[in-house]
Design a protein around this ligand. Sequence first.
Ligand SMILES: [Fe+2]
Length: 442
Amino acid sequence: MIQLAADERTLRDEIAARLIAARTRTAGLTDCVDDEDLVRQHSRLMSPLVWDLAHVANQEELWLLRAVGGREPMHPEIDPLYDAFEHPRAERPILPLLTPAEARGYADDVRGRVLDLLERVSFTGSPLVDRGFVFGMIAQHEQQHDETMLATHQLRKGGQVLTAPPPAPPPGDVLRLPSEVLVQGGQFTMGTSTEPWALDNEQPAHLVDVPPFYLDTTPVTNAKYIDFIAAGGYDDPRWWTSAGWDHRQRTDLSAPLFWQRDGAGQWIRRRFGVTEQVPPAEPVMHVCWYEADAYARWAGRRLPTEAEWEKAARFDPATGRSRRYPWGDGDPTSDLANLGQRHLQPASAGCYPAGAAPSGARQLIGDVWEWTASDFLPYPGFAAWPYKEYSEVFWGPDYKVLRGGAFSADPVACRGTFRNWDYPIRRQIFAGFRTARDADYA
Ligand SMILES: [Fe+2]
């Protein structure tokens, strides 16, 4: 997220820039395929791309033009089609959706009116507009759908349609990095009450006491994960929770999603339409929570809790303060983290030394989402805002929390307090993990 400017002119410009950046990305993800591809469901787990396109426009109309601007609905008859809670993803292709041309026209129409409104709106008088919150919420919403659309592209069969330069190679010190770093015990401030565009589930700030622990310096790599496979990790129920083992048996898991062996027995993967060798130094990705948890047990370790992850990412022992990011309070740049789909893959483990946390842990922000041990639960004092379906309906043990964003997440929707959540069986998301252990002072 941006560090918001105090003056209104700059705030209007920053909001416009964030909205336009999201739309540029949406266009890039939808203009690269033909109409037939846009209306097709590439996986039952995902919506047709054309649904996401009209849905982001519909949410923008609902929140910015209607809730803030007081306008009448432009096309009230389409609202139910694009209500994510009325229609699960699997049934969206059979709905009478807008065509690609209609969806693009609707999105352009809404956006034009929003940019007009943005010039005149007052940022005072309602918590919805305070410091531009609801505009920030909509920019984040579109970027989150862009990330979902990127996952649809990864699931899509067919040739390559997306391109991006590879990330930079790892720095020279990577072979000398310790495998784990110590995070000192004690209280720290988790969550936020001050981040202007924070979502309800990140709030409020509260103190949490975290005992000392060791955390992997980097996310677990493909090479290490291949060791787990080679050691029979998928075949040994000792490493799996009972629910995880049931799932592994039922779905015949044996490697990360999109992986297979070539004729010589080497691991290859399909990535955005290209088949390639699995790069050993890259963080492992497309593993579900059960696989991450099993790997950690096999390694004699465990997944970090969400509080441990956030303490490692935000707490600065020198000042005793929780910061916005591992490197401090400044917004992410291309030197600090792999975010924003600048690349179409994570960077090798050990990259982005300038983005390291005070403990020395690297890549906590960007590259891959990181599964944590924790269920998705409200913080003490949580209040649903601005609607219950944002977070509250998801609380409970069905979902596990992921932290830190990925190459696929935009900076506007990624910060030290940002919480993502998903089912423990999900693998199409850009998720990996790192492991932890209790610190032993005996
Ligand atoms: Fe949505």
